[in-house]
Design a protein around this ligand. Sequence first.
Ligand SMILES: NC(=O)c1ccc[n+]([C@@H]2O[C@H](COP(=O)([O-])OP(=O)(O)OC[C@H]3O[C@@H](n4cnc5c(N)ncnc54)[C@H](O)[C@@H]3O)[C@@H](O)[C@H]2O)c1
Length: 384
Amino acid sequence: MKVLVIGGDGYCGWATALHLSSRGYDVGILDNLIRRHWDAQLGVETLTPISPIHQRIERWNNLSGKAVDLYVGDITDYAFLSKTLREFEPEAIVHFGEQRSAPFSMIDREHAVMTQVNNVVGTLNILYAMKEDFPDCHLVKLGTMGEYGTPNIDIEEGYITIEHNGRKDTLPYPKQPGSFYHLSKVHDSHNIHFACKIWGLRATDLNQGVVYGVLTEETGIDELLINRLDYDGVFGTALNRFCIQAAIGHPLTVYGKGGQTRGFLDIRDTVRCIELAITNPADAGQFRVFNQFTELFSVYDLALKVKNAAIAMGLDVEINHLENPRVELEQHYFNAKNTKLLDLGLQPHYLSDSLLDSLLNFAIKYKGRVDEKHILPKVSWRRS
Ligand SMILES: NC(=O)c1ccc[n+]([C@@H]2O[C@H](COP(=O)([O-])OP(=O)(O)OC[C@H]3O[C@@H](n4cnc5c(N)ncnc54)[C@H](O)[C@@H]3O)[C@@H](O)[C@H]2O)c1
């Protein structure tokens, strides 16, 4: 099967592209490399020294004997996107190619607009290109659990059946996202749902939780295949960030009380979930939604786990409760369903002491690359 991985130079996309390639899929990567540019603009670098895209693909080719096609360009450029699809002829498109940081989208008006234009227009272009030339292709789109917000009822997988004034319907689950980035994902979901309805396209929206870890079977085999691992206050996500802070002896940065509860998953499960979605495609006209996470943790629980693992390794670690730069509930009900990917056969890698040890050791190995001035959050959700 031919699979185009859009955003294949990024954290989830690179790991997924190699996983699919090793599993025998014919993989193409489309990426405009803008994420490397945003890092440079912010003056931050991934903890790990990632090699240039041409080099990492060539290395994969040499080691595995498998070719990965590369298309460098922007999906908001419709002519480029359409030409690429015609050349590659995908049977499935995995779409990771978006601006994915909530703080980045909240820096100022320019970053909010840029995030929404990049994400919403890029996805809309994919839908039009599919409608024109590849109406049978299956779109696997990365959404986020953050689309739901933190409602005081259980979160279903995409849809909820409601009885109102004696009538009953199954409707899209209400969305209460917490940043302009998360809102861009909600707009995407609506556009994809609509395109499936009117054009008969097939799509799976994967509402992914926060991803942690760095090694997958494929990216771990050679230094040139190494994946990115972000620790800075803009792109670093909880757990990855905490492990790197622990490695350099920086207090773990919990925002506010730390009762914020979210879905999490190991990057080894991300790549497997994508494969499960591809091999079990949505029907024509179906907009399918899966919640892609394996466990729920509060931010404070995670910090405590990292602290304990770090102390066991002889590291000196404290937890700091910083003033929360975000506007969000810090203690709340959170219970989200996640059975659909398990039903398709996902066998989760649950967060274990050995994973924490390996991530901490990994962080220690590269700790010389950490620039401490980028650790604390600088972007505030509030009026200044
Ligand atoms: N990392 C997580 O914890 C997480 C959690 C939930 C959802 N997601 C979603 O998964 C997807 C991938 O996340 P990630 O962490 O790998 O992000 P990333 O920033 O590492 O990778 C995104 C890639 O997309 C590319 N890209 C962005 N805009 C593009 C455009 N217009 N045209 C072509 N390429 C473009 C970037 O250059 C980058 O290589 C995102 O959609 C994100 O919202 C990630």
